[in-house]
Design a protein around this ligand. Structure first.
Ligand code: G3P
Ligand code: CA
Length: 263
């Protein structure tokens, strides 16, 4: 079994503000195989890379992301809250890469321009709330960037992830060639340890689930699935998932993970 792929969760988000261009470029510089991002819709229908439903934790704005237009969100500061961005002296001004909202379009342009292979995991947030709009917009955006019908030698390879089997099914209908990850926080009763539903090729259990059920990873792999585990930040958890033989590690700390792998 080879080393797992290392994915930077929201970028190198332990060191820099999550979902900013700076956090993603840092992860690529560190040698991560891939990047993870969450996408949700603005009021005027743009896909933006933001994890939380609300703006309050990761920006100087308040309220719901979905209640704001892209232009309103672009005016906010998404970086200064992060300890990694506290200016060394009072005069320092953070640049756009550290503070500006990232749209999916801009992230795709950045990974395409990186000039090296990048695997991008895109997680659709709240697919039931948006009634399929997120998946339709996602596929349209990927098509514009030539990424919806992947060929093996394309440097940028996109995989779509969701906790929602419904979203996974929609993705299979909209873009059957794109691989999907079914994320698992708990083990649903309907999931027998066989193949995943709706053509998902990869299972994405959380580290809590893997700790509680150490046999889960080998069982899912024996049934023909790949397994990517999130969010693996602690050294003991990394040893656990390496011993279990995972295919992918999703982490806020790509540099530390890569160092453990001798890369
Ligand atoms: O990579 C999957 C993981 O990101 C799911 O949880 O809450 O960090 O989006 P969350
Ligand atoms: Ca996520």
């Amino acid at each position: 079994m080879g080393d797992p792929l290392v994915f930077a969760h929201r970028g190198a988000s332990a060191d820099l503000p999550e979902h900013t261009l700076a956090a993603y470029l840092r992860a690529l510089d560190e040698g991560a195989d891939g990047l993870e991002c969450d996408v949700r819709l603005t009021r005027d229908g743009h896909l933006v890379c933001v994890h939380d439903r609300r703006l309050d934790r990761t920006s100087n704005g308040h309220g719901l992301v979905s209640a704001r237009t892209l232009a309103e969100l672009e005016a906010l500061d998404f970086g200064s809250w992060h300890p990694g961005c506290v200016p060394a002296d009072g005069d320092e001004v953070l640049d756009d890469a550290h503070t500006r909202l990232l749209t999916l379009d801009r992230l795709l342009a950045a990974v395409t321009a990186a000039g090296r292979p990048v695997r991008l995991l895109v997680e659709t947030k709240h697919p039931s709330r948006y009634g399929g709009d997120v998946e339709r917009k996602l596929v349209a955006t990927l098509r514009r960037h030539g990424l919806a019908e992947p060929r093996p030698d394309d440097p940028v390879q996109v995989t779509v992830m969701s906790f929602s089997p419904l979203a996974v099914r929609r993705m299979r209908e909209l873009a059957p060639a794109l691989p999907t990850v079914l994320l698992l926080e708990v083990l649903p009763r309907w999931l027998r340890l066989g193949r995943l539903p709706f053509g998902a090729r990869i299972a994405g259990p959380g580290i809590g689930l893997v700790r509680a059920r150490p046999q889960l990873v080998p069982a899912l792999r024996a049934a023909g699935n790949q397994v990517y585990v999130w969010t693996v930040n602690e050294p003991d958890d990394l040893e656990l998932v390496l011993d279990a033989g995972v295919d992918g590690v999703i982490t806020d700390r790509p540099a530390r993970t890569l160092a453990r792998l001798g890369r």
